[in-house]
Design a protein around this ligand. Structure first.
Ligand code: ZN
Length: 311
């Protein structure tokens, strides 16, 4: 499952590719699970939207859209949900006239802050490709862009979710770990009797810290995953916050070099990996003290730690 650094990297890659482009038409598949908002609402929000920005919020990829409603030549309903066979001809004929070179300046921004929110789930991918590129199996959405390219959402396991929000009101729960200040961070754990590992994974507290990065951050700050959050001192929490930031930033930096592979590929081979120090290294020697790394299960998730380095 893509974690925060992967989502950040993917969002940055998409921002480079599609910022400034305009969504001309939208095709949505028949499967219901990927659509968190009604299909008609997604199509109506996305069509004619100019992509002003693409960014990560928690583990979501958020497209900020400047909604250009066309004053004349209203979008025909048929272009909203196109059958793949009709797609190319109809979409091109309606949109090319609307977008004609300055001939009809009829775009009036009426809703500058609509948002398209994509959660990749386990296996979701966003592809930017040429229209003639073969449509992958499990493609659930195709956005035709003014530049001629297509933005496609592919998700074999269908845990990914597409939704829209109006007037920029989408707010992911929790606080961004890369933005939170120390006092706020400390206050998240005050009086919390749960294991620190569970608290780190709680998306209502911190946004987007997943299993791997929680284990790696706890190792770097010498804290055991089972340690009760409320017993951790201020100094240790400061160390933990620094470790979380360091781990996430390293992973984001690593991701920068492989992003083009990832966004365009059909497989996961472009996925980058942080050099894990404890995660998935059960029974292997700790990189600091050579003690075998232990694996325990907390709230159904594997946790890895060094019994000597982490207290
Ligand atoms: Zn150790």
């Amino acid at each position: 499952m893509p974690e925060l650094p992967e989502v950040e990297t993917i969002a940055r890659g998409l921002a480079k590719r599609v910022t400034g482009d305009t969504i001309e038409s939208v095709w949505l598949g028949q499967k219901k699970e990927p659509l968190k908002s009604p299909a008609s609402e997604i199509a109506a929000t996305l069509e004619h939207g100019r992509i002003a920005a693409v960014r990560r919020m928690g583990k979501n990829i958020v497209f900020d859209l400047e909604q250009n409603h066309v004053a004349r030549a209203p979008s025909p309903a048929k272009s909203r949900k196109l059958n793949r066979k009709q797609k190319s001809t109809q979409a091109l004929s309606t949109t090319q006239t609307e977008a004609g070179e300055g001939a009809r300046p009829t775009h009036i921004p009426t809703n500058p802050k609509a948002q398209w929110i994509v959660h990749l789930g386990m296996t979701g991918r966003l592809q930017v490709c040429e229209p003639e590129a073969e449509i992958a199996k499990h493609t659930h959405a195709i956005l035709k862009l003014k530049s001629g390219r297509e933005l496609r959402f592919v998700d074999p396991r269908r845990f990914g979710r597409l939704s829209v929000a109006q007037a920029g009101d989408f707010a992911a729960s929790g606080v961004e770990p890369l933005e939170i200040d120390l006092d706020r961070f400390i206050s998240l754990f005050r009086g919390r009797k749960t294991p620190i590992k569970s608290a780190l994974l709680n998306q209502n507290l911190l946004r987007g810290v997943g299993n791997i990065y929680a284990d790696e951050s706890l190792f770097r700050s010498n804290l055991r995953p089972r340690r009760r959050a409320s017993t951790i001192t201020r100094d240790q929490l400061e160390k933990l916050l620094l470790a979380i930031r360091e781990v996430l930033k390293e992973a984001i930096a690593l991701g920068g070099s492989s992003i083009s592979d990832y966004v365009n590929s059909d497989g996961e081979e472009g996925f980058f990996q942080l050099q894990h120090r404890v995660y998935a290294r059960e029974a292997e020697p700790c990189l600091v003290c050579k003690t075998p790394v232990k694996r325990i299960v907390i709230a159904g998730r594997s946790s890895h730690y060094c019994p000597k380095c982490q207290k």
